[in-house]
Design a protein around this ligand. Structure first.
Ligand code: CAA
Length: 283
């Protein structure tokens, strides 16, 4: 299947990054937000990334111009009516995702692929909201999308071989390295990452070490690019909390139960980098 036009549901941290790499890779791209204010914020952030790329000589002025032409924004899902693939990057709530997929199913061409960027939710459950489960799969990007090389392409028990092939070819055409995963909680990366983040938060919560020393230990002792508490701030405390809750609900394994401190910080509105405060403060 040839992909020409890509729809992205959501233009926040993840959706914006996905729309950016799609437009940069030459696809007609349309990103949808729930209101004009969020849309403008999302498109502005993408353009700022392109300006930065030009100033660092990673992108030519011409290519920035081309990418800008390829990118459109909308607040109307009906604008996905001629998309060949739509990637959903809304917040991690099953009811919301099912409502979005039911709407996409009624709007997009019958042969369009519907992909979710969910980090943890059951993709077959999301697919059950459509009449085309064979065309539903996971395409899971990592944050920050433009900088991270990996994409997990995830197949459910209903995803067709052809849809998987299209999802893999498309992800590779964005310059990403693909790993194939099954539709099980956390797929490959979050299955491992979320426990690591939760255990780091528990260590801090118990007062075993300062946040700076936990981060320095992992950064310098394991050669990770950032420590786990800094990484939780990057991923978003709310996102980490939602993933932990979803994995706990799905597996009933207490190791995924979110630490009380994480819940308290999310309740206080401390979402990490995006809100200006998490384990650390950001300007
Ligand atoms: N948007 C776009 N590009 C960005 C970026 C952003 N927000 N942040 C950094 N980059 C790019 C920079 O432009 C730079 O590119 P060039 O080298 O081509 O100029 C490159 O990334 C490196 O950036 P910096 O030099 O500014 O900073 P750094 O070397 O400290 O790297 C980092 C920053 C890439 C974020 C690095 O610290 C890192 O890899 N951290 C770990 C990130 C990680 O683990 N992400 C996965 C999170 S889990 C997830 O996303 C899955 C999920 O479902 C929860």
């Amino acid at each position: 299947m040839i992909i020409k036009k890509v729809g992205v549901v959501g233009c926040g941290l993840m959706g914006g990054g996905i729309a950016q790499v799609c437009a940069e890779s030459g696809y007609e791209t349309i990103a949808r937000e729930i209101n004009e204010e969020l849309l403008e914020k999302g498109i502005k952030a993408i353009k700022a990334n392109w300006d930065k790329a030009v100033s660092k000589n990673r992108m030519t002025e011409d290519n920035r111009g081309l990418a800008i032409q390829k990118l459109k924004g909308t607040i109307d899902m009906k604008d996905f009516g001629d998309c060949d693939i739509v990637i959903e990057a809304a917040i991690e709530q099953m009811d919301l995702k099912k409502a979005i997929f039911a709407e996409l199913d009624s709007i997009t061409p019958a042969n369009a692929i519907l992909a979710t960027n969910t980090s943890c939710l059951s993709i077959i459950e999301i697919a059950s909201a459509t009449k085309r489960p064979e065309k539903v799969l996971g395409i899971h990007f990592f944050n920050p999308v433009p900088a991270m090389k990996l994409v997990e392409v995830i197949e459910t028990i209903s995803t067709s071989k052809e849809s998987m092939e299209t999802g893999i070819d498309f992800s590779q055409s964005l310059g990403k390295q693909v790993v194939k995963a099954k539709d099980s909680p956390g797929f490959i990366v979050n299955l491992l990452l979320i426990l690591f983040l939760l255990d780091s938060i528990r260590a801090y919560e118990k007062g075993l070490a300062t946040k700076e020393d936990i981060d320095a230990g992992v950064k310098l002792g394991l050669n990770h690019p950032m420590g786990p508490l800094t990484l939780t701030d990057l991923v978003g405390l709310d996102t980490t909390y939602h993933i932990a809750c979803a994995m706990y609900e799905e597996t009933a394994d207490p190791k995924y139960a979110p630490p009380v401190l994480l819940k308290q910080m999310v309740t206080a509105g401390w979402m990490g980098r995006k809100s200006g405060k998490g384990f650390y403060e950001y300007k």
